[in-house]
Design a protein around this ligand. Sequence first.
Ligand code: PMP
Length: 354
Amino acid sequence: MNENKWESYVRRVVPYTPGEQPKESGIIKLNTNENPYPPAPGVRKLLDGFDISKMRLYPAPDAEVLVNAIAERYNVKPSQVFVGVGSDDVISMAFMTFFGSDKPVLFPDITYSFYDVWADVYRIPYQTKPLREDLTIDPDDYKTENGGIIFPNPNAPTGVLESLEMIEDIVKSNPDSVVMIDEAYIDFGGKSCLPLTEKYDNLLVIQTFSKSRSMAGMRIGFAIGSEKLISYMNDVKFSVNSYTMNTVTQLCGAEAIRDEEYFTETVGRIIKTREKSKERLSELGFTFTDSQSNFIFASHSEKPACEIFNELKKRRIYIRYWNKPRIDNYLRITVGTDEEMEALFSALEEILNG
Ligand code: PMP
């Protein structure tokens, strides 16, 4: 087909592909690292009593109630907290704000597959650094000249957790660029590098309510860093859209983060199920990294990952598979409830022994 002249002005990108959200009921959904448990009970109560006349009004542009609740939970000043519509929104804003150099931004070759898409859409040069054979990060790779650094800890989709010492080594070696640590999965067994933000004003830590707080559908993410970093991010955010987060979400988020007991209990349950699942997968002939997240990144010694993925799908069990170099024989399995995992293991037994 002929191109119109205006098409040469189009900002073209190859978009990120999110995991499938199948419409059918009765499936077992272990493909997008959602939490199998409902949000904290206070969220239900809040929604039941919500006065819908509040919807007439614009939401608080600074999301004050939520920002204050997050600041209190993490013992920082509200001026050190930035909130966004999911951590995707937060990271996207952070790319736009901090990665304005013409030097390349660095991230691992195997990592969250949205980073290169944001770099492309904002025309940010980037370079990927190969993970070592055991899927860990080599900190020396991040000591070359760069326009910024980002990686998740634990990394996704590998689940591999890096130490705080290693993260500090990278931050310390890069005083001239912003280092972002994407802690989407940190609550499932890792130690957050948040305390390092007191020492390094170029460190931005990003977290989400989508995983450990069971609220992927509400879209809440946040970043914590020095007041200077957060103020630059707010300048950009208020130059794009002041009212990103709606009123209901702001209030529900604040309710959720105040319930520490529920959070500890549900996260604990997921960790227990994950560790049991590792044993079962091992018995079935899988090898995997020692995931510290709410998913397991596994490979089978005999059956190709792609075949297992398709066979599970036929049985209405959804997990995630990427046909990409270095990871095309791995499956990423979200940790669900004990019952969901039992159904997965029965299906796997059938597929592997059938
Ligand atoms: N970072 C990583 C590493 C992720 O896996 C995800 C989930 N897709 C996100 C960020 C974004 O999560 P959300 O936008 O739901 O907060």
